[in-house]
Design a protein around this ligand. Structure first.
Ligand code: BES
Ligand code: MN
Ligand code: MN
Length: 454
């Protein structure tokens, strides 16, 4: 390993320059305008995988944005690792809140600033540099490696889902290595063993067949915005419990041991409130903040619109109002079932005076992975060695839709070895990635391949 480690340590600057090239490509998956940038980004990944020494690196077309695949399978008798990541990024708005342009990567202090720096280009790139270090020094990998990198994670992974279902042989592996989560804190080696799922709904309430003068007609018909607000207020009670019938039925409760483990992690509710700029923390009664954000389901309104939202005052009684409402789910909740429960409840509590349109936009299954898997142990040892500290195991409130599909269809253990930080502004202005963690991530990946091959 010594050659490989010193190779990685002596190429630090080169890695950063390459990452900058990657970050310059505005691969925003949700925006039709950036369709050709998606192809540029996919080609960039193919090129870098090939240059690193991987074989069969290619683009795989889908109905949406392309997938990238590569492999190196010359270690008979050794395990196979599938590395997953995503080259797509979130939109950049509100653009005026960025201190440097989102697609002009800029280094300030220890961080590189750009959209996609931590989620997920920077993290995914660590594994490409790790395999390259093996090829450039010892000329081979200690085990078999496949890469599958997608361009639709931020829009729900629909096409990869289908691809995995139809290509189980191609993707066959013993473990899936994913760096798309966060460290518990700066310099703390971490593995994530749980992700929440998601059920994303949109509700449109329609009242009168057109906008009305609110004086002439006000008081005579129900107002869709008022009705929508009433519906939303009935989704949760004062204790933060979700009132949809059957919602908690499949929820796996936290065990005593897990609650104790969470309590042992250093955490200050006061500091957390302070960094978020809120006067007090709020959530489901009877649970700590870490329990609430990692292991309990939630329901939140993500957006609401209707009526007059321009400057000044317009006296109008709107015809329509819409809310986007998402629920984060925990094992063993099923997003499809929850979507149905949500719809029936809304229909039941809505007044007859309005029409309802309810759409299930997308979802993701929650997951909790096993901690005793060989791959998980190898990753825990690898990252602990690199950081020089004991690995912390945490859960995460966010979602990565494809992880459950990998676990179910490929029957392989997902290993979530993220090197990001939740304070690195993913999905928001001034996204950045700590370059020390980037470097430590490349080393951790290399130690993982070595450790898991034994
Ligand atoms: N990498 C994130 C998930 C994540 C967020 C992990 C924070 C760890 C910490 C991923 O790219 C993401 O944003 N997922 C979406 C999924 C959705 C679009 C289906 C999410 O969680 O909102
Ligand atoms: Mn991500
Ligand atoms: Mn994301």
């Amino acid at each position: 390993m010594q050659n490989i480690i010193s190779y990685i340590n002596s190429n630090k600057e080169k890695y950063v320059e390459e990452l900058k090239d990657f970050l310059r490509i505005p691969s925003i998956s949700t925006s039709a305008e950036n369709k050709s940038d998606m192809i540029t980004a996919a080609n960039f990944v193919v090129k870098k995988l090939t240059e690193a020494g991987m074989e069969n690196a290619k683009i795989i077309e889908t109905k949406g944005h392309p997938l990238v695949y590569a492999d190196w399978l010359y270690a008979p008798g050794k395990p196979t690792v599938l590395v997953y990541g995503h080259y797509d990024v979130q939109p950049v708005d509100p653009i005026d809140l960025w201190d440097s342009p989102p697609f002009e990567p800029t280094i300030r202090g220890e961080n590189i600033y750009a959209r996609g720096a931590t989620d997920d280009k920077g993290q995914m790139y660590m594994h490409i540099k790790s395999v390259e270090a093996f090829f450039k020094t010892v000329g081979k990998l200690p085990l078999n490696v496949k890469f599958i990198i997608e361009g639709e994670e931020e829009i729900g992974s629909g096409n990869l889902e289908e691809f995995v279902g139809k290509n189980q042989d191609l993707l066959k592996c013993d473990a899936v290595m994913i760096s798309d989560t966060s460290l518990y804190g700066p310099g703390i080696p971490t593995l994530t063993y749980g992700l929440r799922g998601l059920c994303y709904m949109e509700v449109t309430v329609t009242g009168p067949n057109r906008d009305l003068h609110s004086g002439t007609f006000g008081g005579g018909v129900d107002n869709p915005i008022n009705v929508l607000a009433e519906l939303i207020s009935k989704l949760k009670d004062y204790n933060g419990k979700i009132k949809i019938p059957g919602f908690y039925k499949d929820v796996v409760n936290l065990t005593k041991k897990e609650r104790e483990n969470f309590k042992r992690l250093p955490f200050s509710e006061k500091q957390y409130a302070k960094t978020l700029g809120v006067k007090e923390l709020k959530g489901e009664k009877g649970y700590t903040t870490l329990e609430r954000v990692w292991a309990r389901p939630t329901l939140d309104c993500n957006g609401i619109f209707g009526g007059f939202t321009g400057q000044g005052a317009k006296t109008v009684l709107p015809s329509k109002a819409t809310a986007k409402i998402s629920m984060r789910l925990v094992p063993n909740q099923d997003p499809k079932k929850v979507g149905k429960q949500f719809s029936s409840y809304i229909k039941k509590i809505a007044p007859k005076s309005v029409n309802l349109e309810i759409n299930d936009l997308h979802g993701a299954y929650p997951i909790a992975t096993s901690l005793d898997d060989k791959a998980t142990q190898a990753a825990a040892d690898a990252i602990a060695k690199v950081f020089g500290k004991k690995t912390v195991f945490m859960r995460e409130g966010g979602s990565i839709p494809i992880v459950v599909t990998f676990a179910k269809k490929l029957k392989a253990a997902p290993v979530l070895m993220g090197l990001g930080l939740n304070t690195e502004n993913l999905h928001s202005p001034n996204e950045h990635f700590n370059l020390n963690h980037f470097q430590l991530g490349i080393l951790s990946s290399a130690y993982f391949f070595d450790e898991f091959s034994k």
